[in-house]
Design a protein around this ligand. Structure first.
Ligand SMILES: Nc1ncnc2c1ncn2[C@@H]1O[C@H](COP(=O)(O)OP(=O)(O)OP(=O)(O)O)[C@@H](O)[C@H]1O
Ligand SMILES: [Mg+2]
Length: 296
C-alpha cells in the first residue's frame, strides 16, 4: 500500500537538532530529519505539534534557536529567497498566491527566481530578456498542465476554486526547479477525487527526481503515499520509520487519540488500522485554517 517502490538515494536535506523557542514556548525541541533523494517523507502530528514551524525553520522564514539545516551538503542561509535559489521550494498551509495576478503570472513569479536576466537586459527588454520571458512563459504553461490545471492560465488566482489554488501553489513552487519540495497540507479542503489527484501528482513529482516532504492531517493519504513517516508531538519527534511501522506504533495511536491504547476500544483501533485514522483526522483538523506561523 505504501509508495516505497522507489529506491532512495543519498541524503538531500538534513536537519540537525532543530530547536525553535518562542518566548517561553518550545515549539520544536531538537528535531532531526533526513530526506533522501527519491523519497516522499510524511510529517504528521496533532494540531500545534510544530509541523509548520519546522517548515518555517527549514526554509529560512524562521531562524532556529539552535540547529542546522543542510541541503545537498551545504548549510542553508536564514533567507527564504536564498533557500529557494539553493533548491528548496514550498507551499503554505494558508495559501499565499498573488490574488490579483493570473494563474500563469503566479507560476512565472516562481520561474523568475531561477532566471539569470541581468538588470541591463531587463531594463531595455533586449532579445535575451524576451527569449528568457518566452521560455519562462512556456515552462509555466507546461507546469500548469502538469499539476492538472487547464484553461485557467488567464484566470485571476483569487477566482480559482480552493483546490485549484492549492495546485497552482504547487506549480509555482515547481517553477523554481527545486531539488526538494515541502508541501504544508496540500489536500486541506479538497474532496476525495481532488485528494487522489493530488496523491498521484506528488508521486509524479517524486518520479521527476524531486524529493518531497508532506505535512497532512489525512493519515490515510500519508500512509498510502509516503515511504517514510515522522511523527511530531509537542515539538518532539516521537516516532519515525516506514509507514507500516509507524502506523502500528501504540505511541502514535495514543498521541492521536489522547489516551493510552489499552483504553481505546478495540473496534476503534481496528478502524484506525483499517481506514487510516479517519476519525482522528476529524478530531485533529484545525477548526480554522488560521494557525500557520510566520504570517506577515
Ligand atoms: N511566530 C510564532 N510566534 C509564537 N508562537 C508560534 C509562532 N509560530 C508558531 N507558534 C506556536 O508554535 C506551536 C506550533 O505551531 P505550528 O503552527 O508549527 O503547529 P502545526 O503542527 O503546524 O499545527 P497545525 O496542524 O494546526 O497546523 C504552536 O503552539 C504555535 O502557537
Ligand atoms: Mg501547520
Amino acid at each position: 500500500m505504501s509508495a516505497a517502490t522507489q529506491t532512495t538515494g543519498k541524503p538531500v536535506l538534513v536537519a540537525d537538532d532543530v530547536t525553535m523557542i518562542f518566548g517561553g514556548l518550545t515549539a520544536l525541541n531538537q528535531v532531526s530529519l533526513t530526506l533522501h533523494e527519491g523519497q516522499i517523507l510524511g510529517l504528521i502530528g496533532p494540531n500545534g505539534a510544530g509541523k509548520t514551524t519546522f517548515f518555517n525553520c527549514l526554509t529560512g522564514l524562521y531562524t532556529p534557536t539552535k540547529g542546522t539545516v543542510r541541503l545537498s551538503g551545504k548549510t542553508l542561509p536564514n533567507d527564504p529567497a536564498k533557500v529557494t535559489v539553493a533548491g528548496m521550494a514550498r507551499t503554505f498551509q494558508n495559501i499565499r498566491l498573488f490574488p490579483s495576478m493570473s494563474a500563469l503570472e503566479n507560476v512565472m513569479v516562481g520561474r523568475h527566481a531561477r532566471m539569470k536576466q541581468g538588470p541591463i537586459a531587463s531594463l531595455f527588454h533586449g532579445p535575451s530578456f524576451k527569449a528568457g520571458e518566452k521560455a519562462a512563459r512556456d515552462r509555466s504553461r507546461e507546469l500548469l498542465r502538469f499539476v492538472g490545471l487547464s484553461n485557467v492560465d488567464d484566470e485571476l488566482a483569487r477566482n480559482l476554486p480552493y483546490g485549484d489554488q492549492r495546485r497552482l501553489e504547487i506549480a509555482r513552487a515547481l517553477a523554481t526547479d527545486p531539488a526538494v519540495l515541502l508541501l504544508d497540507e496540500p489536500t486541506a479542503g479538497m474532496n476525495p477525487q481532488e485528494t487522489e489527484a493530488t496523491r498521484q501528482l506528488i508521486l509524479s513529482i517524486r518520479d521527476q527526481g524531486i524529493a518531497v516532504v508532506v505535512i497532512e492531517h489525512d493519515i490515510k493519504f500519508i500512509f498510502s503515499l509516503c515511504d517514510h513517516v515522522s511523527v511530531l508531538v509537542q515539538g518532539e519527534l516521537l516516532v519515525e520509520g516506514a509507514p507500516e511501522v509507524v502506523r502500528a506504533d501504540p505511541r502514535v495511536i495514543e498521541a492521536y487519540l489522547g489516551k493510552p491504547p489499552e483504553e481505546v476500544h478495540a473496534d476503534v483501533l481496528a478502524y484506525v488500522e483499517e481506514v487510516g485514522h479517519t476519525e482522528q483526522t476529524a478530531v485533529m483538523k484545525p477548526v480554522t485554517d488560521q494557525r500557520e506561523g510566520g504570517q506577515a
